[in-house]
Structure formats: C-alpha cells, structure tokens
Design a protein around this ligand. Structure first.
Ligand SMILES: *[C@@H]1O[C@H](CO)[C@@H](O)[C@H](O)[C@H]1NC(C)=O
Ligand SMILES: *[C@@H]1O[C@H](CO)[C@@H](O)[C@H](O)[C@H]1NC(C)=O
Ligand SMILES: *[C@@H]1O[C@H](CO)[C@@H](O)[C@H](O)[C@H]1NC(C)=O
Ligand SMILES: *[C@@H]1O[C@H](CO)[C@@H](O)[C@H](O)[C@H]1NC(C)=O
Ligand SMILES: *[C@@H]1O[C@H](CO)[C@@H](O)[C@H](O)[C@H]1NC(C)=O
Ligand SMILES: *[C@@H]1O[C@H](CO)[C@@H](O)[C@H](O)[C@H]1NC(C)=O
Ligand SMILES: *[C@@H]1O[C@H](CO)[C@@H](O)[C@H](O)[C@H]1NC(C)=O
Ligand SMILES: *[C@@H]1O[C@H](CO)[C@@H](O)[C@H](O)[C@H]1NC(C)=O
Length: 803
C-alpha cells in the first residue's frame, strides 16, 4: 500500500540506518507498547526483523541522547507471525521519537486482559458407535493450542495411553521452569510454554505463582482437558456428575501457552503466546479471554488471530460473561468463531425432608459427605444478624432472599457462622452457578417450595428436617438453555456480522483440576476440598468444547479453511432443545433465545462432520469487509501485514452462514426498505444433490430467497443465491428473527442459518429486557460487594473474574 515504497526509499537515502527524530516532551513513566512496522521499509542490510527492530530502538535512544546499550532491555518481544513489529517498554519521549522512525505504522499500548466433563460429550451426542468420534478417529493427530493459565501435567486427563505419535510437523517445545520439568510432557501434552516478559516489564514486582507453565489457578487445566482430555474412568466431583471424563477430541494433542498469571495478564504476552502457537504448528487455538470495545485494527486479539486464520488455524474464542444485555460481548471478530454458553440437561440436587413426611428438592452442590436426620430447623429471614446466626448454628438455618442483591452477603454470613446446614430460598437465577459448589451443606429452594418450608416452621412446635445431598439428575428440561451470564451480540467492532456464532455447554462443566488447589476457595471455612476434577461455569468452558469439535472436523477434512470448518459447525447446530421447542434464554425469562444470544444454535458435532454445504471465506473477503467498514489502508495493513490487498471491492456482505440487518422502527410506513445478501455455498457432499430453501415466517418482514432451489451436479461445485429482507411493515420490537434452511431432497442434509433484524432506531423495548437489565445490575452489585469485602473472599472474586 503506497506508503511502503516511500519509507523504503527514505531509508536507502539514510544509508539504511533508521533515523528517528527527537520531538521534545516532558519525561514521564514508561509503558509497554506494541509497535506495528512496515516490513517493506526494512533495509536489505538487516538479516532479519529482530535486528532491524533493535537498530530502530537504538536510534530512538540515540536521538534522545540516552544509552543505546540499554536498548535490548527495552525490547520485550519481536513478533514473527501475529504482526510485523515488536513490543517495547517506552517512555513518552521514546514513543514520540519512535513515531518518526522509518517503517513505523502505528502503536497500541499494552493492556491487561480479562480472562473471562463427564456429561457434556454425551449430551452432545458423541459416542464410539457412530458419528464424529469414529469418523475423525477422535481427533487423532490434531494439535489444540490453548492460551490460558497453564497446566497441571500430572492430571490423569493428560495420560497418553493409546495416543498416536507426536506429528513430525510439530515444532513446539516443552519448556522446563519452576516446578515443571520438560519430561512431564508426553504424547498427549506435547507443548508447554510460558510468556510473562510483558507483565514483568510493566510490573516488575508481579507475583507469578510459579515461573513456568505449571497451572497455579486451575482454569487452564480445566479448559485444555475440556477440549482434548484423555478418557478417564470413574471421574466425579465428590460423587456428583460421576462417569467417565473425556475431552471433545480425546485423541488430539494439547499444547499449553501460559500467558495468564496470578497477578494478571498482558496483551503483549497473550499475542506472544499466539505467535508461538502459529510458529509451532497447532491446528486449533482456544482462547477463553478477550478485550472489550475495540475496533478490529486496535484489538491485538483480532490482529493476531488474523495471522492464525491465514495459516489455516481455526480459532475458538469465548463471547464473555457480561450478559444478558445486548452488545455485551467481546471477540466479535469475523475470522474466528465466537462461543456463547448454555446449560446441560444435568442438575445437582439435595432433598430436605420435613418431619419425615414431606420431601422437597432444591439445587445443591456441597462436596463433603453430609447427611442429617431430624435436625431442628429455624427460619432467620434475611440472615443479616451474625450474632443471632451464631446462636443457631447447630440447626438447619433457613434464609430468604427474593430478588434482593444481598444474596452474596447472606451466603457469606452462613459460611462465617459455620452453620450445620443452610437452606436459602431465592428466585435469583445466579444461585445455579455462583454459589455452587458451596463450602457448607446448603440447599437452594425456589420461592414456591420455600413457602412450604416457611409454613411448616410457623405451624409446628418443634420443626425438624433431614437432609440428603449428592443427587445428580440427568435429562432435566428444558436444556440446553442460553445462560444468564453469556454475553450477547451484536458485536460492537463489526455489527454487520452476526455474533455470537454458536452456543456450547458452559454451566457447571466437569473437567480436570490441579490436585493441590481447593475446588472451592471460600477461605472462611476450615474444610478445604481437593479433587482431580472440578465443576466450573462460564463462556471460558464453552469455548474449548468448540475447539475440540473443530479438531474433529479438521481431522475429517484436513483441506478445509477455518471459515469452512466454522460454517460446518454453525449450519449443523441445533436450534431446538430437548422439549423440541426453540432453545430458551435464562437471561430473558426463558423466552426463545434470539440468535444474538444463541448464535446459529447449540453445537452438534456428529452433524458438523458432514454439513452438506459450506459458506467459505478467505483473506480478500475479510479485507473487502474492512474496506467497507471504512478502515484506512494503514489500519487494514496493521491486520493483513501486507500491501497485497486493495479496496477495489468493498463489501459488508461477507459470505457468512448467518444474516443480520438493521432497521429503523419509525419507518414502518415505507416498504421500500430492503436489504439484500449474496451468498455462495460449496457442495461438500457426494454426487448430484438438489437443495430447497425454507424460511420461517418473521412477522412484519418479507423475506425471500432467489433462487429457492440449488441443483449441484458434483462435489465442490459452488452456487450462489440472494436473500432479500423487506420491512418492517408493522411496529417492531427490538429484535426479530427467523431461520433460512436448505434441505437436501434426500433429507440427508439440513443447512440452517439464523436471520436477525435488529432495531437500530426507535424501537419498543420489551419488558423482559428491562428485567434482564435489573438482573444484570444485580450481578454488578454482587460483584462490587465481592471486591469490597475482606481479602479472604478475594480468591473467589478472582475465580468469578475468570469464569
Ligand atoms: C522465569 O524463567 C525464565 C526462563 O526459565 C527466566 O529467563 C526468567 O528470568 C524467570 N523470571 C523470573 C521472574 O524468575
Ligand atoms: C466421602 O465418602 C467417600 C466414600 O465413603 C470417601 O471416599 C471420601 O473420601 C469422603 N469425602 C470426604 C470429603 O470426606
Ligand atoms: C451479613 O449480612 C449483612 C446483610 O446482608 C451484611 O451487611 C453483612 O456484611 C454480612 N456479614 C458478614 C460477616 O458478611
Ligand atoms: C422473584 O420473586 C419476586 C416476588 O415474587 C418477584 O417480584 C420477582 O420478579 C422475582 N424475580 C425473578 C428474577 O424471578
Ligand atoms: C463508510 O463511508 C461511507 C461514505 O462516507 C458511508 O456511506 C458508509 O455508511 C460508511 N460505512 C460504515 C460502515 O460506517
Ligand atoms: C486490486 O486487487 C485485485 C485482486 O487482487 C486486482 O485484480 C486489481 O488489479 C487490484 N487493483 C488495484 C488498483 O491495485
Ligand atoms: C427513522 O425513520 C423516521 C421516519 O421515517 C425518520 O424521521 C428518522 O429520521 C429515521 N431515523 C434514522 C436514524 O434514519
Ligand atoms: C417450511 O418449514 C415449515 C416448518 O418449519 C413447514 O411447515 C413448511 O411446509 C415448509 N415449507 C416448505 C416450502 O417446505
């Protein structure tokens, strides 16, 4: 792109020594920056980028009359793949001088990043008899790289019995470090690297936990075994959720890139991790983290994953845990898959039997062995008086919380009072995951069931009850449901591509856990529980499910692009739950989830292996999209790292397996408003096939597809169609949606795409959205109260952050 040659010539004229100008400013604290450079401006005299970057930093030092020998300590990383450039710790003067260096394009300040199973494979229909597992040989030979908190290599889920040899193309390493010896790697765990130079450069006193890939948090051990853990018989969480534990792709190899540390995570380290993963030759990257509210060209995750996509690496990223309001997601990046989170058809229960007569059931997930027969029961209302609670601690204490943000305090009070057993009456949907597992025996009852307990206590002279815990119920309905916390679209960075893409299991997922880290960290309680498995909740948990499924699809179709694999996962996902209704949204009063919550649906790995049709997209398609977003050439080049692309064909209409259009609700009189989408599908099934289109009716809109049949003569043939949306013709609510389905004549393939019409101007706001808003602010209240409490609660707070 134009400017490159200009700078290159400038450099030749300056005898290939970068000269940077000194523009005076007051000296202040230094900061880490990621500096994008134009490689076309690199003088030929430099043998590689690294020496050029060092020379550039040297000139910066020289221009400021400071010691050029200090330069090597300023450079943090030279990136090879994710961007043309480096990260460095620079003072404001140095940054200013850097901006005048030949080849300088732009800089991004370093920033911290928020890091957001026995049953789930079965729930997803994976089995040894047919479907994705046998077809893909369980993901054999695939390598899944995770950017996370590290790994606990001793976990049985990293056993390598029956694993195939390490692929010869693998260039990764198993690095030794504190409490981590390279001999801990095997044929399952084939890579272990750690990145903390950015963190230490910005924050030299940072507490690392251990300076190695060893996981001192548990998160990375959990996510990596969700994606590709080996099969472990007899796994359970203290008797709950027992069965065999396995990752989605149990025969795939795992490579851990640790860039999230006890004291935080810096983007310069995260993208260094992605840089290495690309270099090492992973097939799939799973990233349960993201940055909010950044344009694509200012989001280092978007930049780094573009490079991964170019190399054919599939990237799965979490949508975030900031639901249920719209526009709360991160990683709304068109070249990766963005994953929402939903529930399994599994609940953990306990029972409370009143005077040996009436048995009531509620949610419960206490890890200890507890049962109580005929213990006195006492109602303590809001449970806000510690002294009184301590007086009744030998009883089963019943607390009530209906729609109050003090739930956290009540739970804390019961924990601190060390009550024998607790019963909390609440209709807050958060109890399903935030207070589980609980550090003391506790049952959560719904408001209706709670009334029975309250009346019983009121009406009996000596109320007593028995408690039985550790009941795992399977087949609960409706399931899956999009969970409350799961972040919703549209993507702020690119609203024209419908996000999230799919949903996957995220609530109370069982996967491996470090032996030496307690499964709950409520430090107030004396009893700490340790286990090889733990139940965690969040889009962090759903993201590696999709990474594992992508490995299965890629094993079966090694030549498919990341966009084709994503299309296969999206168009085959299920829009129905186990009651055969549309998947519901817990964050919207169990109404049908819109695609802004559920994406194309709930992943269905057995069908994703054979999707029938795929929507493909390549680099130039994404460039055309960025051109239409009105990015400058410089901004596009920061992402593409190359001047080989131009904006001769800008288009917001990416060849994507979903559709989103925006409308002005006040404009209901005019029917002239029409949005057209053009799509090209590739027939990946065998032999001649005819597909027919069907569109669900969307009230107030007219949606048509032209042509409405597609006749393929041979495999890999491409055909195009046009989808046209007219309207609205009536006053609309905020989001209207439907689906376009292409069904093959032999009924073998159903290729489904969500269609969303989003009101951008003047729409009716539904009641449920308002209640969603209330619930959301409640989460915030709890969250703030967590941050504000005694430090003994902070570990839990950290865990919540990591969800
Ligand atoms: C961490 O380990 C790396 C490599 O083993 C070493 O270079 C670095 O100095 C260590 N950092 C700290 C803070 O111990
Ligand atoms: C609970 O009981 C089981 C089986 O008797 C035992 O293996 C386990 O260690 C006990 N758990 C605790 C936390 O005491
Ligand atoms: C007990 O609950 C009350 C009200 O919910 C709260 O203000 C107080 O901080 C709690 N006490 C402890 C020790 O958490
Ligand atoms: C909880 O119950 C109260 C009282 O019945 C009701 O006003 C409130 O809307 C309910 N909240 C939720 C989230 O269901
Ligand atoms: C890009 O700029 C054109 C011309 O100014 C404008 O019509 C269009 O709406 C802009 N596109 C976006 C996505 O903002
Ligand atoms: C833009 O790129 C296209 C496709 O690579 C090429 O055909 C065309 O000549 C280029 N246009 C300009 C002005 O460089
Ligand atoms: C929406 O439509 C109304 C009625 O036609 C019009 O007055 C208004 O300017 C439109 N708003 C936008 C942002 O286009
Ligand atoms: C489209 O699907 C609906 C059910 O979703 C069905 O009732 C209808 O007959 C189908 N239409 C066509 C043209 O196949």
């Amino acid at each position: 792109m134009g400017m490159a040659t200009h700078v290159g010539m400038l450099c030749l004229w300056l005898l290939c020594i970068p000269i940077c100008l000194h523009l005076a400013s007051t000296s202040a604290q230094s900061h880490n920056y990621m500096i994008h450079m134009d490689l076309a401006a690199m003088p030929k005299a430099f043998s590689n980028q690294h020496t050029w970057y060092l020379a550039t930093l040297s000139s910066v030092a020289a221009s400021l009359n400071s010691d050029p020998s200090s330069v090597s300590s300023k450079l943090i990383y030279s990136y090879q793949n994710v961007m043309n450039g480096f990260s460095a710790n620079l003072s404001p003067d140095e940054l200013q001088a850097m901006k005048s260096c030949p080849g300088y394009i732009s800089s991004i300040p370093d920033m911290t990043i928020k890091h957001d199973t026995t049953h789930s494979p079965h729930f997803l229909g994976l089995n040894p008899v047919g479907g994705a597992w046998p077809v893909s040989k369980y993901g054999q030979g695939m390598i899944i790289g995770l950017v996370d908190t590290g790994i606990w290599p001793e976990s049985p889920s990293f056993g390598d019995q029956g694993m195939s040899e390490i692929p010869s193309r693998w260039k990764g390493k198993c690095e030794s470090g504190a409490q981590f010896d390279s001999s801990l790697c095997n044929k399952k765990l084939i890579g272990a690297r750690f990145f903390n130079k950015g963190l230490l450069s910005q924050y030299p006193q940072a507490f690392l936990g251990v300076n190695s890939t060893r996981d001192t948090d548990g998160h990375g051990t959990h996510t990596s075994t969700t994606a590709a853990g080996s099969i472990v018989e007899g796994a359970s969480f203290f008797g709950y959720a027992s069965g065999f534990a396995t990752g989605m792709a149990p025969a795939a190899h795992v490579a851990m890139y640790k860039a999230v540390w006890e004291d935080g995570a810096y983007i310069s380290d995260i993208i260094a991790a992605i840089d290495s993963a690309i270099e090492d030759g992973v097939d799939v990257i799973s990233m349960s983290l993201g940055l909010h509210d950044k344009s694509l060209h200012a989001d280092p995750i978007a930049i780094a994953t573009f490079a991964a996509m170019e190399k054919g690496i599939f990237v799965s990223a979490s949508a975030g845990n900031n639901g249920p309001l719209l526009e709360t997601m991160h990683n709304g990046i068109p070249w990766l898959i963005t994953v929402a989170a939903s529930t399994l058809d599994r609940q953990f229960h306990g029972t409370l039997t009143l005077n040996d007569q009436v048995t009531l059931t509620g949610l419960s997930l206490y890890p200890g062995n507890f049962s109580a027969a005929q213990i006195p029961l006492v109602f303590m209302g809001l449970c806000d008086d510690m002294e009184k609670l301590i007086q009744v601690r030998s009883k089963i204490v019943v607390c009530e919380n209906v729609d109050k943000p003090t739930l956290w305090n009540q739970f804390q009070n019961l924990t601190a009072a060390k009550v024998v057993g607790g019963v909390i009456i609440s209709n807050n949907t958060l109890v399903r995951y935030i207070f589980e597992p609980s550090p003391f025996p506790c049952i959560f009852l719904s408001v209706q069931v709670g009334e029975i307990v309250k009346n019983f206590i009121k009406s009996s002279a000596e109320p007593k009850a028995s408690i039985v815990l550790k009941i795992t119920d399977l087949g609960t309905a409706p399931a899956p449901c999009v969970d409350h916390y799961s972040s919703r679209g549209p993507s702020k960075s690119c609203p024209f591509v419908l996000k999230p893409d799919v949903t996957a299991p995220g609530t109370l997922i069982l996967a491996a856990w470090p032996r030496n880290i307690p499964v709950t960290d409520w430090n107030l309680h004396e009893e700490l529980f340790y286990n090889d498995f733990n139940l965690l909740t969040g889009t962090s948990m759903s993201c590696p499910h999709v990474a594992g499924v992508a490995a299965l699809v890629k094993e079966a179709h090694p030549d498919w692009s990341p966009a084709a694999i994503r299309s296969a996962i999206m168009t085959t996902s299920s829009i129905l739950d186990n009651t055969f209704g549309l998947i519901k949204d817990i964050g919207d009063d169990y109404k049908a989830a819109t695609p802004l919550a559920v994406g194309a649906g709930h992943i269905n790995p057995n069908r994703a292996i054979e999707p029938g049709l795929v929507y493909d997209a390549g680099i130039q398609d994404y460039v055309n999209l960025m051109c239409a977003l009105n990015y400058t050439q410089k901004e596009i080049m920061v992402i593409t790292r190359s001047a080989a692309y131009n904006c001769s064909n800008p288009s917001l209409d990416l060849n994507y397996p979903s559709f989103i259009a925006f409308f002005n609700a006040s404009d209901s009189t005019s029917t002239s408003h029409a949005t057209e989408f053009h799509r090209t599908v590739t027939h990946v099934g065998e032999g001649p096939t005819i597909y027919a289109a069907n569109i669900t009716e969307i009230e107030g809109f007219h949606v048509s597809v032209i042509p409405d049949t597609l006749t393929f003569m041979e495999k890999n043939q491409k055909l195009s169609y046009k989808l046209r949306i007219e309207g609205p013709t009536i006053k609309q609510e905020q989001v209207a949606f439907g689906h376009l389905s292409w069904l093959s004549m032999d009924l073998k393939y159903l290729v489904q795409s969500p269609i969303v019409m989003q009101c951008s101007v003047d729409c009716v706001v539904e009641e449920s959205t308002i209640s969603g808003r209330l619930l959301c602010s409640m989460t915030t209240v709890i969250w703030v109260s967590v941050m504000g409490t005694a430090s003994s609660f902070l570990p839990r707070a950290k865990k919540f952050l990591l969800l």
